[in-house]
Design a protein around this ligand. Structure first.
Ligand SMILES: NC(=O)c1ccc[n+]([C@@H]2O[C@H](COP(=O)([O-])OP(=O)(O)OC[C@H]3O[C@@H](n4cnc5c(N)ncnc54)[C@H](O)[C@@H]3O)[C@@H](O)[C@H]2O)c1
Length: 252
């Protein structure tokens, strides 16, 4: 892969899909900035990456906080002189209720982290990449819920559809600057979030498995592999896509 010595920011890098991705990128020779609201956990991840021979640093970041992503990018550029790529992946599950039962504060929180958080990051990253005039690759984590709706997940569905729209808009506007912006749309991935959400009930999980054409959930490494490809030059003419990684689930 052509990722050696690139500087890449990964949000939500302390757990799940982000954790698998920082491991994959570090193996590819990337200097990984492991950004997470759980700073202590992110620091442990950085220690692990370094002891495995990788290059990494921690960044305490709440993506929902206005100005925080911009400050993180500034700090990366002060140290490394550039930002080559980013994986905007931090996210939370929403309330598992019907629309009428959603509390406005729950709605606001899911949108703040899962949509505005991605916007905050993308805006700061593209501004830096334009200044560098060296192009760049950005990958946002949407979901199959960015392509279709799952029941009892209105806020999450809305935020993830928003991430897909934001990704397409950014790809259109900044393609001329050689900045590529894509989204991954994971299906059912074996992470702490799945355990907290759909996977919390064995019955629900069994139904999920039956509904996936490939009849299994995925490991987070299977998402990390696609993200690494999208970040690399091997996908040099791919931009604006919302790529399902779902064992065929949305094709039904
Ligand atoms: N696991 C799945 O089945 C699945 C499916 C589709 C999409 N996704 C999406 O993938 C992404 C990663 O999810 P995961 O399954 O790895 O979950 P996870 O809970 O294992 O990891 C999420 C990480 O994001 C961090 N985070 C949460 N809020 C943050 C904030 N405000 N600022 C910075 N960091 C924050 C958490 O601390 C955690 O480390 C999310 O965007 C999620 O919506 C997951």
């Amino acid at each position: 892969m052509s990722l050696d010595k690139k500087v890449v920011l990964v949000t939500g890098g302390a757990s799940g899909i982000g954790y698998a991705t920082v491991n994959r990128l570090a193996k590819d020779g990337v200097h990984v900035v492991v950004a997470d609201v759980q700073a202590a956990l992110a620091a442990d991840v950085v220690t692990q990456l370094k002891s495995a021979g990788g290059s990494a640093e921690v960044c305490e970041l709440n993506v929902a906080e206005e100005g925080a992503a911009a400050a993180a990018v500034t700090s990366i550029v002060e140290t490394h002189g550039r930002l080559d790529g980013a994986f905007n992946n931090a996210g939370i599950v929403g309330p598992k209720t019907k629309l009428l039962e959603i509390d406005p504060s729950q709605w606001a929180q899911v949108l703040a982290v899962n949509l505005t958080g991605v916007f905050n990051c993308v805006q700061a990253e593209i501004a830096q990449m334009i200044q560098q005039a060296s192009g760049g690759s950005i990958v946002n984590t949407a979901s199959i819920c960015g392509l279709v709706a799952l029941p009892h997940a209105t806020a999450y569905n809305a935020a993830k559809h928003g991430v897909v729209g934001l990704t397409k808009s950014a790809a259109l506007e900044y393609g001329p600057k050689n900045i590529r912006v894509n989204a991954v749309c994971p299906g059912f991935i074996d992470t702490p979030m799945l355990a907290q959400g759909a996977g919390a009930s064995p019955k629900v999980l069994e139904n999920i498995l039956r509904s996936v054409p490939m009849r299994r959930v995925a490991g987070p490494e299977e998402v990390a592999d696609v993200v690494a490809w999208l970040l690399s030059e091997q996908s040099s003419y791919v931009t604006g896509v919302a790529m399902p990684i779902d064992g065929g689930w949305v094709t039904q």
